[in-house]
Design a protein around this ligand. Structure first.
Ligand SMILES: *[C@@H]1O[C@H](CO)[C@@H](O)[C@H](O)[C@H]1NC(C)=O
Ligand SMILES: *[C@@H]1O[C@H](CO)[C@@H](O)[C@H](O)[C@H]1NC(C)=O
Ligand SMILES: *[C@@H]1O[C@H](CO)[C@@H](O)[C@H](O)[C@H]1NC(C)=O
Length: 402
């Protein structure tokens, strides 16, 4: 019966070995998560065992806590991590010897069986989780970005910050502009032509929201404006543009809103995005220049469907967008060009940086205030130095790795 436990440890050693070299680790938070889960299972199993094991359990828990810390740090301190992993291998060996001893003591079957059950439960949960994510990201959408085909300056304003958007999920031709990084005024244009040629009738409609937005992360999805409520840490408002009332609100979890999403976008604490799969939020995780956290939101109930820690840094980033379930992060050293996508995160693991050519944007003097993909016309809506820009994209079918 204890063989199961030993097997688990052997498995662990395998995984730890598979972890090296560190860059592989940095690209796969799922793997870290998996190891955490394994440890938790073992801990829970051991907890149920008899008193003979108490001293061992204590040590095992310390050990496990240490490992968690090390794995948590692995994204930032790869060198330190490498030596830590070497130590881990030794510790695992020792743990295995102790398990041998326990086996000698012949712990009760009840204890071990419950451990087995816990393991089985956990593995089943993992499988369920995996299935859930696959179902969540199962749309008939198979494109990945290959390059920026062209740039078109649609309009010029004086404002360095702002966003301009269209409804990303309905057929409405209306164009909305939100000037500045916090305000409650939204200008609505009947269509793109009215937006481009300011003089064309009808004149834009001025919508004064009952709340103000913060940053440039707003999106419009099926007639609702979603935005970060100014003056709150992490409140997302769903605003009914027709009725001009707050339809619903949610608090984005995961430490959202504590720091800027992108180092070079000085007013955006929560960025929102829409792609073929629906509504997403992007925020920065803990740390001075933390890693981006991606959260999928159910737009009707405003529930969190799932959240992923990405390997993409906030440092030197200026914007990001999602296309076909893949996050593309745009970086610009010190805020000036060149602006290029150097980090890509695919929750399903199909697309990774190796598959991508150098994704450069046409050179611009300043960093982008926002870049949002619109799945309806498959273009990027961007704001750069007061210019409202459309980027046409070049895409190709995702490679399917079995
Ligand atoms: C955990 O780490 C601390 C400090 O790094 C060390 O002193 C301690 O022995 C470790 N405990 C175990 C069980 O590995
Ligand atoms: C994805 O959707 C297709 C049809 O839309 C379905 O046949 C398939 O089983 C789905 N896959 C998952 C993993 O849900
Ligand atoms: C809000 O926007 C309006 C019009 O776009 C502008 O006149 C006003 O000064 C702005 N308010 C703030 C606080 O920036």
């Amino acid at each position: 019966m204890m063989m199961a436990l030993r097997g688990a440890f052997a498995f662990l050693i395998l995984f730890v070995t598979a972890f090296l070299p560190p860059p592989q680790c940095a690209q796969d938070p799922a793997m870290v998560h998996y190891i955490y889960q394994r440890f938790r299972v073992l801990e829970q199993g051991l907890e149920k065992c008899t008193q003979t094991t108490r001293a061992y359990i204590q040590e095992f828990q310390d050990f496990s806590k240490n490992i968690s810390l090390m794995l948590g740090r692995c994204f930032t301190h790869t060198n330190e991590y490498k030596s830590a992993v070497d130590k881990l291998a030794t510790r695992v060996e020792r743990a295995q010897r102790e398990i041998d001893y326990l086996e000698y003591l012949r712990a009760s079957d009840v204890c071990v069986e419950s451990e087995d059950e816990t393991m089985a439960d956990k593995l089943m949960q993992e499988a369920e989780e995996e299935k859930k994510i696959r179902a969540l990201l199962n749309a008939s959408c198979d494109n990945m970005l290959m390059g920026i085909k062209s740039l078109k300056i649609v309009k010029k304003t004086m404002d360095t910050d702002g966003s301009w958007i269209k409804d990303a999920a309905s057929n409405s031709p209306k164009v909305y502009i939100l000037i500045g990084s916090r305000n409650n005024t939204v200008w609505e244009f009947a269509n793109t032509r009215a937006f481009v040629e300011d003089t064309t009738k009808p004149a834009p409609r001025k919508l004064s929201l009952t709340l103000s937005w913060q940053g440039t992360g707003q999106v419009i999805y099926k007639g609702f404006l979603f935005f970060h409520n100014q003056g709150t840490l992490n409140e997302i408002i769903k605003y009914n543009l027709q009725k001009r009332t707050v339809e619903d609100r949610m608090w984005l979890p995961g430490g959202a809103g504590r720091s800027l999403v992108y180092q070079h976008s000085p007013s955006t604490y929560i960025d929102l995005a829409v792609d073929e799969y629906g509504l997403w939020a992007i925020h920065s995780g803990p740390g001075i220049h933390g890693y981006l956290v991606l959260t999928k939101i159910e737009p009707s109930s405003l529930g969190v469907e799932h959240s992923w820690d990405t390997p993409c840094k906030s440092q030197n980033a200026e914007a990001s967008f999602l296309l076909c379930g893949v996050l593309y992060v745009v970086y610009g050293s010190s805020g000036h060009g060149p602006h290029r996508i150097t980090c890509v995160y695919d929750p399903l693991g199909t697309v990774s940086e190796e598959h991508l050519p150098n994704l450069f944007f046409p050179r611009r003097q300043r960093s982008h205030s926002m870049i949002h993909y619109n799945p309806r016309d498959k273009q990027l809506y961007a704001w750069n130095d007061g210019n409202q820009i459309l980027y046409k994209l070049q895409t190709k079918r995702k490679l399917h790795v079995e």
